[in-house]
Design a protein around this ligand. Structure first.
Ligand SMILES: O=C(O)C[C@H]1C=CC(=O)O1
Length: 96
């Protein structure tokens, strides 16, 4: 199952820089692990915003929630999720 996920990061202005940097480093490690597993298929920065648009490939909505809520930045992100299905005009055969 494919989902478009938009994450907007809102770190508190009062968070110490070292704490914020440590969170971002851990987040990168977790995100790259999920990419290597094929769960986090795409990760794009939204230009001009501390936000990303991602494509997740998961077995269930519950699994998606588990992955997203396990992200180190989860407490500091607004997350929008949309389910995706194949577009009838797509010429790609690798989208499910
Ligand atoms: O920077 C972000 O958009 C937030 C988050 C998503 C992946 C990652 O490494 O950080």
């Amino acid at each position: 199952m494919l989902f478009k996920v938009e994450m907007t990061v809102r770190l508190p202005a009062t968070m110490p820089v070292a704490e914020a940097e440590a969170l971002k480093t851990t987040e990168r490690e977790v995100a790259q692990g999920l990419m290597r597993q094929g769960r986090w298929r795409h990760l794009w920065r939204v230009a001009g915003r501390y936000a990303n648009v991602s494509i997740f490939d998961v077995d269930s909505v519950e699994q998606l929630h588990q992955l997203l809520s396990g992200l180190p930045l989860f407490p500091y992100m607004d997350i929008d999720v949309a389910p995706l299905c194949r577009h009838p005009s797509s010429i790609r055969d690798d989208d499910r």
